[in-house]
Design a protein around this ligand. Structure first.
Ligand SMILES: *[C@@H]1O[C@H](CO)[C@@H](O)[C@H](O)[C@H]1NC(C)=O
Ligand SMILES: *[C@@H]1O[C@H](CO)[C@@H](O)[C@H](O)[C@H]1NC(C)=O
Ligand SMILES: *[C@@H]1O[C@H](CO)[C@@H](O)[C@H](O)[C@H]1NC(C)=O
Ligand SMILES: *[C@@H]1O[C@H](CO)[C@@H](O)[C@H](O)[C@H]1NC(C)=O
Ligand SMILES: *[C@@H]1O[C@H](CO)[C@@H](O)[C@H](O)[C@H]1NC(C)=O
Length: 488
C-alpha cells in the first residue's frame, strides 16, 4: 500500500481505517509523513518524509527521513538518508549503523562521515568534502529502538539482542527500496564499534532470506566489537607493549599492566563459557565482570577512543567537546521539524545499553564472529574490517587477533598473506592484509572514529571498497616501487 504526499489527508484517514496501519502512534500520524507498507510485510510500515535540502543546509542532494513502524513490538526506528552527490540512480547504497549499544547513527552523520560537520559553537554546518555520500547514497539508521531519535511506543518492547534487532533492519531495507525505486537495490552494510555485532548479524539475516527484493554486496566495519573472546586479551598488549601497539611510551604503568593481565585471566574463561552455553546468565555475567575489571583500569582523564587525546568534557560523555555542537543541531526544533523527529535526540540510551549488557549479555555473545564465518564461507560476500590505530577500546591488535583466528575456508591463506602499505596519493596511510573476500585495513593516526580523524583516508577507503579496487595492486608492483592503483 502506498500513499503519495498529495493525498496525505486521505492517507491519514485511510491509515486510521486500514488494519495495516492502525498500530501507528498518534504522534507519527500527526506529523507530515507519507506511509508505505506492503501486503507481504503486514508487520511493518515505513513513514517517509522528503526534506527540503535548503532548510537545513547540510547538502544539496535529495534527502529522505522517517520511521520504520514495527507492529508487533511498537518499535519506531528513525532514519535519515542522503542520496549520492554523484549519480543516485547508479551509485551503491550504504547503510550506517552506530555502536553503543544504544548510540545514535546521527553521531556519525554530524561528527564523522556525513555531508556536513558541526564543529563550531555557532552550530553552522560545514561542508564535508570527504562525505561518504560523495559516490554512494548513505542511510543513517537509529537502531535498536531507543537509540537516537528512535523510540518504543507505550506498551511496546525493544530488541534486546543484535539478532532480534537485525530482523527490523531487514524489514526497513525492504520497504526503503520499495519506496525509493530509483535507487539501485544494492546495499553495503557498514558501521562502527558495537556495530561489530550489528553489521555481520544484519548482513547474515539478509543473506539467509531467500525471497528478498534487494542484494547485499558487502559488509564493512570500523573498530568493531565482534569477537570478544579474541579481542579481550589485547587490552594488556595494547596498553603495555609499545612495540606491538605502536603507542610509545606505553599507556600503562607496570602496576596497571599487572592488574589488567590478572583481570583478563579472570575474564577470558567467562567469555569462553558464554560462547559455549549462550545463556543470558553466562553472557551478562561475563560482560559485567570483564568490563568492570578491565575497562575501568583505563585512566578516564584520557580518551579511550583516541589515546593521543585527553577526554574532553561533553554533554553526552563522548570525550569530544565538538560533539555538543552536533547534539545542539539535532535537538534544535527547526531541525526536528525538518526531519520529522517526534522525540528528542539522545546520543546514548542507557536502557538499550543495559538490555544488551546486563540483561542478555549480547556484548559477549559469539553470534557476530560466527556470522562473519558464514558470510565468507556460505555466501562469499566481501568483508572489510578497518581500524584506526590509536583506539584503545576496540584496538587494532584485537581486530588483527580475531581475524587471524577466524575459522573460514581462506584461513590458512589469509594468515600467510603479507601486510602491504596502503597509500593515498603516494602517501602511506595504513597497512592492508587481504586474502580472498577478507580484507583488514589498519589506518594510521586515527582513533575509534576513523572518518572523523582521517576523513580523506576514510573516503578513499570507502571509494576503493565500493569499486572493488582496494588493494588490487599486487606484491610485484609494490616491490618495483610502483605506487599502485588509486582513484584520482
Ligand atoms: C518471504 O517469504 C516468507 C514466507 O513465505 C514471508 O513470510 C515473507 O513475508 C516474505 N518476505 C518478503 C520480503 O516478501
Ligand atoms: C564519484 O563522483 C565524482 C563526481 O562527484 C565522479 O567524477 C566520479 O566519476 C565518481 N566515481 C565513481 C567511481 O563513480
Ligand atoms: C531508551 O530505550 C528504551 C528501549 O530500550 C525506550 O523504551 C526508552 O524510551 C528510551 N529512552 C529514551 C529517553 O528515549
Ligand atoms: C616495569 O617492568 C619492566 C620490565 O618488567 C622493568 O624493566 C621496569 O623497571 C619496571 N618499571 C617500573 C617503574 O617498575
Ligand atoms: C535553531 O536553529 C535555528 C536555525 O538555524 C536558529 O535560528 C535558532 O536560533 C536555533 N535555536 C536554538 C534554540 O538554538
Amino acid at each position: 500500500m502506498k500513499f503519495s504526499r498529495s493525498v496525505l489527508s486521505t492517507a491519514l484517514s485511510l491509515a486510521l481505517a486500514s488494519p495495516l496501519l492502525q498500530y501507528i502512534p498518534d504522534q507519527i500520524l500527526a506529523s507530515s509523513f507519507s506511509f508505505h507498507s506492503s501486503n507481504d510485510f503486514p508487520e511493518y510500515a515505513l513513514a517517509t518524509k522528503e526534506i527540503d535540502p535548503a532548510s537545513l543546509g547540510l547538502d544539496t542532494v535529495s534527502q529522505h527521513s522517517g520511521y520504520l513502524e514495527v507492529k508487533s513490538s511498537g518499535e519506531n526506528l528513525f532514519y535519515w538518508a542522503f542520496e549520492s552527490r554523484n549519480d543516485p540512480s547508479k551509485d551503491p547504497v550504504v547503510l550506517w549503523l552506530q555502536g553503543g549499544p544504544g548510540s545514535s547513527s546521527m553521531f556519525a552523520l554530524t561528527f564523522e562521515n556525513g555531508p556536513s560537520w558541526f564543529n563550531n559553537p555557532e552550530i553552522t554546518p560545514v561542508h564535508n568534502p570527504w562525505s561518504w555520500n560523495n559516490n554512494a547514497t548513505m542511510i543513517y539508521l537509529d537502531q535498536p529502538a531507543g537509540a537516537g531519535f528512535s523510540y518504543v511506543s507505550a506498551g511496546g518492547t525493544a530488541a534486546r539482542t543484535s539478532k532480534e534487532a537485525a530482523k527490523s533492519v531487514f524489514a526497513f531495507l525492504t520497504l526503503f527500496f520499495e519506496k525509493y525505486m530509483h535507487l539501485p537495490r544494492k546495499i553495503h552494510i557498514s558501521g562502527e564499534s558495537y556495530a561489530g555485532h550489528y553489521v555481520p548479524q544484519t548482513t547474515l539475516e539478509i543473506l539467509r532470506t531467500t525471497n528478498k527484493t534487494f542484494h547485499v554486496e558487502s559488509m564493512l566495519c570500523g573498530n568493531g566489537m565482534t569477537d570478544p573472546l579474541n579481542q579481550y586479551t589485547e587490552f594488556s598488549v595494547y596498553g603495555c607493549d609499545s612495540q606491538a601497539s605502536g603507542v610509545s611510551p606505553a599507556l600503562y604503568s607496570n602496576e596497571t599492566c599487572q592488574q589488567t593481565k590478572a583481570a583478563q585471566d579472570r575474564c577470558i574463561p567467562l567469555i569462553q563459557k558464554c560462547y559455549d552455553t549462550g545463556t543470558n546468565a553466562d553472557c551478562s555475567y561475563a560482560t559485567s565482570l570483564c568490563n568492570a575489571e578491565i575497562l575501568s583500569l583505563f585512566d578516564n582523564k584520557k580518551n579511550i577512543y583516541d589515546v593521543r587525546r585527553p577526554c574532553e568534557p561533553s554533554k553526552s560523555g563522548t570525550c569530544y567537546k565538538e560533539s555538543d555542537y552536533g547534539e545542539a543541531f539535532l535537538n534544535n526544533q527547526t531541525t526536528r521539524d525538518a526531519i520529522g523527529a517526534v522525540v528528542p535526540w539522545k546520543a546514548n540510551n542507557r536502557t538499550v545499553y543495559n538490555d544488551f549488557t546486563a540483561y542478555s549479555g549480547d556484548w559477549m555473545r559469539p553470534d557476530s564472529v560466527r556470522a562473519v564465518t558464514e558470510i565468507l564461507n556460505g555466501y562469499n560476500v566481501p568483508v572489510l574490517i578497518f581500524a584506526g590505530d590509536k583506539d584503545f577500546i576496540c584496538n587494532w591488535l584485537g581486530q588483527k587477533k580475531w581475524l587471524d583466528a577466524l575459522p573460514w575456508d581462506g584461513h590458512a591463506k589469509y594468515l600467510k598473506a603479507r601486510e602491504r602499505p596502503w597509500k593515498v596519493n603516494h602517501q602511506s596511510r595504513g597497512v592492508l592484509k587481504q586474502f580472498g573476500k577478507l580484507s583488514f585495513l589498519r589506518i594510521f593516526e586515527a582513533g575509534h572514529m576513523v572518518p572523523h580523524d582521517q576523513p580523506e583516508a576514510a573516503s578513499y577507503m570507502l571509494q576503493e571498497w565500493l569499486t572493488e579496487t582496494l588493494g588490487i595492486w599486487d606484491y610485484k608492483d609494490y616491490e618495483w616501487g610502483h605506487d599502485g592503483h588509486h582513484l584520482k
